[in-house]
Design a protein around this ligand. Structure first.
Ligand code: FPP
Length: 258
């Protein structure tokens, strides 16, 4: 992977705080961006490369976006790295992706820590290989006091699974007499989701041009602004990210009101 982009070296970008001041009358300040990083294999096809190598190129794009998001002061970034449906891909691809996650974590953790990134892996970890899960757990523990960007990586994540697991746990607590139906509010349900106390994303970016949410943050993105670009994920740059932020600043959110 290329050299790290230090916050101090990154070129001037629309300051998050400036952008949010400029837009304070319409959309709320942008604290949390969620991304569906789609189009890695198509990118490899376009470049006549082995399809799976597109994922490696995707890591390079992610690295630049994480660095940039931290540099402009974004608080939360949540990326979809492996969905609960991705198990349907070939065994070769699943193995390739898991190895890639392990290698990236091993090679990049120190730099993420230097940049004060707090890492969280969200999703159903019960079927993740034990060694990989262990390195996820260790990196979360080791970065938990970092005060920079909160980076959530969704692995074996699916919203329906997430909501079903939340409902199961709530039902179990109700059956044990610890909760009553009146206790079950949106706020309570929120706390049972993988995302826990993380605020909802104000914007969801999808690269690769597909017009769907693919079971990603369906509850959390109830009011998110959607930004869908045909750009394939490995081609998505910090400048493209800024374009999305600028577009967000133009949008007018009404939450179902007038
Ligand atoms: C979707 O592209 C992408 C994925 C299923 C994997 C995303 C993973 C990365 C970008 C690597 C991230 C690494 C870490 C460490 C989090 P696709 O394969 O569906 O592309 P296609 O639509 O062209 O087939």
């Amino acid at each position: 992977m290329g050299p790290p982009l230090k916050a101090s070296e990154s070129k001037p970008v629309p300051e998050i705080n400036q952008a949010s001041q400029a837009i304070s009358a319409s959309p709320p300040p942008l604290k949390h961006v969620a991304i569906i990083m789609d189009g890695n294999r198509r990118w490899a096809d376009q470049h006549r490369l082995p399809r799976l190598s597109g994922h490696k190129e995707g890591v390079k794009a992610l690295k630049k976006i994480v660095s940039h998001a931290g540099a402009i002061g974004l608080e939360y970034l949540t990326v979809y790295a492996f969905s609960s449906e991705n198990w349907q891909r070939s065994r070769e691809e699943v193995r390739y992706l898991f190895e890639l996650f392990a290698n990236v974590l091993r090679d990049e953790f120190d730099e993420l820590a230097e940049n004060r990134v707090r890492l969280r892996f969200i999703g159903d970890m019960s079927t993740i290989p034990a060694r990989l899960k262990k390195s996820f757990d260790r990196s979360m523990e080791d970065s938990k006091d970092n005060t920079g960007l909160n980076l959530q990586v969704a692995i074996n994540y699916g919203s329906r699974l997430e909501i079903t697991l939340a409902a199961k746990r709530i039902a179990a607590e109700a059956a044990a007499g610890k909760l009553s139906p009146a206790d079950v509010t949106e706020d309570l349900l929120n706390t049972y989701l993988f995302t826990g106390e993380i605020p909802d994303p104000e914007m969801m970016i999808r690269t690769g041009g597909e017009m769907r949410l693919s079971n990603y943050l369906l509850w959390q993105a109830a009011y998110s602004e959607l930004y869908i670009t045909p750009t394939l994920w490995p081609d998505f740059t910090p400048e493209n990210f800024d374009e999305a932020l600028e577009e967000y600043a133009q949008r007018n959110r009404r939450y179902g009101g007038d």
